[in-house]
Design a protein around this ligand. Structure first.
Ligand code: HEM
Length: 319
């Protein structure tokens, strides 16, 4: 078992190295995100909480059948060219939420998901080892994966070609509390439910996923079910190992809300710039949805520091 590093030390070293890596990748005076760097689309949506949710799951924002306005950011993890294999991201920010947030701006509730149900590393210590390797260049990255074969295997399985970000499933991969009292623990997922499906590449090329979203919305609105998966066995569904998939046959995802995206004009420089400027944080949430585990603990300040750096360089730009 590896030695644990204190959370504040992890945050300090990760933030410093992420700042160095992303600053070195600056293009057109803007520092990119460390992960999910390409904004494929930044769209308005609505998040409608269902009125037939099982009693135990009626917690936090799911306690009443309310419809929240939402902003959704679809992204590629590492590739600027949409035709390449990659992990895709879906970040969501609900507004008009009434209860107090744990961190961040009042009225918001964020969910940060990506297109594979497990992370490529188990612990924040392993994530730090990856960040060190990434900063040190290609050879060290190869060495990292040569010495972390499960990570290599997860990365190979999770990077895929995609016809449309509206047709794939997304997962939180790490767990969250559900409810302020009691001990319910869940993972989240967004499961596509549109009638329309993209069946072939739309406008082949670097921005083909943006084109696919546009073509889909011009035909018909897009739909995802937002669902929660209860932890039913702490042994096989651990909180502290982000590399383990919680078996969906043992505990299936239960839909609690529907996300609808209507046709809109998002393929323009202003919308994409807003997507670049946007920021999400798993801690910008109600206490009833508190992030759990050390991996999530680290993310609070690492994300805040990364977003502050990105947006500081942008505002200097405009001066
Ligand atoms: C210790 C663990 C992690 C670290 C250090 C980390 C680091 C980061 C950083 C620095 C960013 C850029 C933030 C910004 O510039 O605003 C980011 C974004 C992101 N990460 Fe993580 N991450 C971690 C775990 C995870 C996990 C478990 C997921 C699973 C869903 C995830 C999914 C994402 C996504 C989807 C984004 C894009 C957010 C956006 O649209 O702004 N990350 N991550």
């Amino acid at each position: 078992m590896q030695n644990e590093i204190a959370i504040d030390e992890l945050v300090a070293e990760m933030s410093q190295r992420i700042a160095a890596v992303t600053t070195a990748e600056t293009e057109n005076n803007s520092v990119p995100r460390f992960n999910q760097l390409k904004t494929v689309a930044y769209v308005n949506a609505e998040f409608r909480v269902h009125d037939d949710i099982p009693e135990a799951l009626k917690q936090g924002i799911f306690s009443q059948p309310v419809t929240y306005p939402a902003k959704l950011r679809f992204a590629n993890a590492t590739q600027k060219d949409d035709s390449e294999k990659d992990i895709r991201g879906l970040s969501m920010q609900l507004s008009n939420v009434e209860e107090a947030v744990l961190w961040g701006k009042a009225g918001l509730q964020d969910f940060v998901l990506n297109s594979y149900p497990a992370l490529f590393v188990a612990t924040p210590e392993d994530f730090l080892a990856f960040i060190r390797a990434r900063q040190q260049g290609k050879f060290k990255m190869l060495l990292f994966f040569a010495t972390h074969l499960k990570s290599l295997c997860t990365v190979m399985k999770s990077r895929k070609h995609c016809l449309s970000p509206l047709d794939i499933q997304y997962w939180s991969t790490v767990p969250f509390r559900l409810g302020e009292s009691g001990n319910q623990v869940v993972k989240y997922s967004a499961i596509p439910c549109s009638d329309y499906k993209t069946t072939q590449v739309v406008d082949a090329g670097g921005n083909q996923l943006r084109a696919a979203i546009k073509a889909h919305l011009q035909q018909s609105s897009a739909c995802f079910h937002f669902a929660v998966q209860l932890q039913t066995d702490p042994e096989s569904m651990p909180i502290e190992d982000a590399s383990i998939i919680w078996d969906e046959t043992v505990s299936p995802f239960v839909p609690v809300a529907t996300i609808t995206i209507e046709n809109q004009d998002f393929d323009n420089p202003e919308s994409l710039a807003n997507g670049e400027r946007s920021s999400f944080n798993p801690w910008q949430c109600l206490a009833a949805h508190a992030p759990l585990g050390r991996m999530n603990e680290v993310r609070q300040l690492v994300y805040a520091n990364a977003a502050a750096l990105r947006n500081r360089t942008r505002s200097n730009d405009n001066e």
